[in-house]
Design a binder for this molecule. Structure first.
Ligand code: KIV
Length: 267
């Protein structure tokens, strides 16, 4: 693996070179070090931190300060991967000036290299302004969790012809506005393939089939730490939740039965 830091131009080059982009989430320094050392290209401090870490029912309550806190923790790992901060609900929807102020904080205070915002055509003027002032933007279309109430649930988007057209138009609008990549979440694989062929910028899929230019998952899903529900698009590469439970039960038994600590763990 090359040691060179992953930059925005490098992400664009990966698509031209037909090399897949590997992206994962991280919300803290320890996890960021582990996924970075394993060689991912992009680390996203996702607003999924709201459900995975903070226990909210959706991503809507996540605040800008919470995202900055987690992004700073990840930045302290000094990752080789491109560090992207997800902008939380209402931190960029109120207009381009507000978005510049808040997304600017992601770079200035969080140590991120780029931001991710949800939405397509409606967000294009904001994306254009962010890019003009030097803030790289990753777009996000299809299932956009911050619009959960409008969508009526976490459902696959783009099954009907008019929705397919809208999602393609959204992705194109983001590209035209200067976004350097776009996340396609929970859309039919065939639509993701068509969008990927149509765009010059990379698509990064989650529940969007194999033809995207890259893939992203929530690290806690991938390693089996989220135990209550696994979405169909996740492949669990480990069962760390089960292993953690086993370790804690063993520790508890040892403490209760006087087997921990032994002189080896004492001074
Ligand atoms: O918040 C998040 O983690 C995300 C990705 C999974 C795309 O938006």
């Amino acid at each position: 693996m090359e040691n060179e830091k992953i930059t925005v131009p490098k992400i664009l080059r990966l698509k031209q070179e037909k090399k897949k982009i590997v992206a994962l989430t991280a919300y803290d320094c320890l996890m960021a070090r582990l996924v970075d050392e394993a060689g991912v290209d992009v680390i996203l401090v996702g607003d999924s931190v709201g459900s995975v870490f903070s226990g909210y029912d959706s991503t809507l309550p996540v605040t800008l300060d919470e995202m900055l806190y987690h992004t700073r923790a990840v930045a302290r790992a000094r990752p080789r991967a491109l560090l992207v901060m997800d902008m939380p609900f209402l931190s960029y929807q109120c207009g381009p000036d507000d978005a510049v102020r808040n997304c600017g904080r992601a770079l200035k205070e969080g140590g991120a290299v780029a931001v991710k915002i949800e939405g397509g055509v409606a967000m294009a003027p904001t994306v254009r302004r962010l890019v003009e002032v030097g803030i790289p933007v990753m777009g996000h279309v299809g299932l956009t969790p911050q619009s959960i109430h409008q969508m009526g649930g976490y459902k696959v988007q783009g099954r009907e012809e008019q929705d397919r057209k809208r999602i393609l138009a959204d992705a194109l609008a983001l590209q035209d506005a200067g976004a350097f990549s776009v996340v396609l979440e929970c859309v039919p694989a065939i639509l993701a393939r068509d969008i990927t062929r149509e765009l010059r910028i990379p698509t990064i899929g989650i529940g969007a089939g194999a033809d995207c230019d890259g893939q992203i998952l929530v690290i806690h899903d991938l390693v089996g730490l989220t135990v209550n529900f696994t979405p169909r698009f996740v492949r669990r590469y480990a069962e760390l939740g089960r292993e953690l439970g086993r370790a804690v039960r063993e520790y508890a038994t040892d403490v209760r039965e006087g087997r921990f600590p032994t002189p080896d763990q004492a001074f």
